[in-house]
Design a protein around this ligand. Structure first.
Ligand SMILES: NC(=[NH2+])NCCC[C@H](N)C(=O)O
Ligand SMILES: [Mn+2]
Ligand SMILES: [Mn+2]
Length: 351
């Protein structure tokens, strides 16, 4: 049908003409910096270090790009760090019962600098772990760039142990305690004032999805007065209400950091992770939550951590990676209700 084709191309041309003449201000470039952080020393199971490259091989870039075609994506590769600093060895003495303290600090120091750089060059960043120990550097770097920050920590665990309360010695169970004003003094030998002077105020932290809280962590959460929505609350009031309460709690002027531990999702959709806990969020609930956060247009930093491709069957790994990609896709633009396009190419005929 020669005429309809002609019609389509004519209206396309018309559309272009109109849009060049338009006086509407051009949208500033939206860009996303991605850093892989193959850090596995925050816990004892090898394999989490493989997640950044596995996600890339599983079409991470294409998935993000197809859900948001104006997004400029810059992949900064995987973070490198060196540990042989005498200072760290010195600090280590105070934290000897924590596994790999020096590695933790060295990696997170490098990550803080990397996050600052990515936020100078991009409007948003994504850090792919690795285990959740990288949550410290990722949020701390974000706080150095943007002091007025809110943090949503989506996880089965509170990750707020102190070196004196941790039962496991695994530092992936402690990153939040490095970030809060009220808990920093428990890390007095860590030199936090130099590497991460800005703290997160406790009223700008919200946890979602908790269901495996250590006794001392429960004490800390309640004593400090931190807002947390554990799975029992989620079951009682439902995800829409949780979203509403979360958004109400966060300062509307602040940018948001979302730290997503894949184990927040139920182990049937995220089996390949080191500390899986049953009875978690469904994939739909996870998607709903990140969509709502995204729709604030304030999300500036995101972590996706704890995917461990060495755990479970091949199918488990695929399921876990796919769930992670779904979460990221919605986080960065995908709309389940479809995208409304402005371009009327006349495909339905003229009216
Ligand atoms: N990021 C995680 N998956 N953390 C699990 C922490 C488990 C436990 N609370 C611990 O401190 O060892
Ligand atoms: Mn975690
Ligand atoms: Mn967890």
């Amino acid at each position: 049908m020669w005429w309809s084709r002609k019609f389509v191309s004519r209206s396309l041309r018309l559309h272009r003409l109109k849009s060049t003449r338009s006086t509407a201000p051009r949208k500033p470039e939206q860009s996303l910096g991605i850093i892989g952080v193959p850090f596995a020393k925050g816990q004892a199971k090898l394999g989490v270090e493989l997640a950044p490259d596995l996600l890339r091989q599983s079409s991470l870039r294409q998935v993000l790009q197809s859900s948001h075609d104006d997004l400029v994506i810059r992949d900064y590769g995987n973070l490198q760090y060196a540990v042989d600093e005498p200072l760290l060895q010195q600090q280590r003495v105070h934290y000897h019962h924590i596994r790999n303290y020096a590695d933790f600090m060295a990696c997170n120091r490098a990550l803080i600098e990397q996050v600052k750089l990515m936020l100078v060059e991009n409007t948003q960043f994504l850090a792919i772990g690795g285990d959740h120990a990288i949550g410290f550097g990722s949020v701390a770097g974000h706080l150095q760039h943007t002091p007025n920050l809110s943090l949503v920590w989506i996880d089965a665990h509170a990750d707020i142990n102190l070196h004196s309360t941790s039962q496991s010695g695994n530092i992936h169970g402690m990153p939040v305690s490095f970030l809060l004003e009220q808990l920093r003094n428990t890390w007095q030998h860590a030199g936090l004032q130099e590497i991460a002077p800005n703290c997160l105020p406790k009223d700008q932290l919200v946890y979602i999805g908790l269901r495996d809280i250590d006794p001392y962590e429960a004490f800390i959460l309640n004593k400090v007065g931190i807002r947390y929505y554990a799975m029992d609350t989620i079951d009682r009031v439902g995800v829409p209400k949780i979203i509403e309460m979360t958004l109400d709690a966060l300062n509307p002027q602040n940018k948001i950091h979302v730290s997503f531990d894949i184990d927040a999702l139920d182990s049937n959709v995220a089996p390949s992770t080191g500390t899986a806990v049953r009875g978690g969020l469904t994939l739909r609930e996870g998607i709903s939550i990140v969509e709502a956060l995204r729709d604030t247009e304030r999300v500036q930093g995101v972590d996706l951590v704890e995917i461990n491709p060495k755990l479970g069957s091949e199918r488990d790994v695929r399921t876990t990676v796919e769930s992670g990609l779904e979460i990221l896709k919605s986080m960065f633009g995908y709309r389940r209700s479809g995208r409304w396009s402005n371009i009327d190419t006349g495909i339905l005929g003229s009216d």
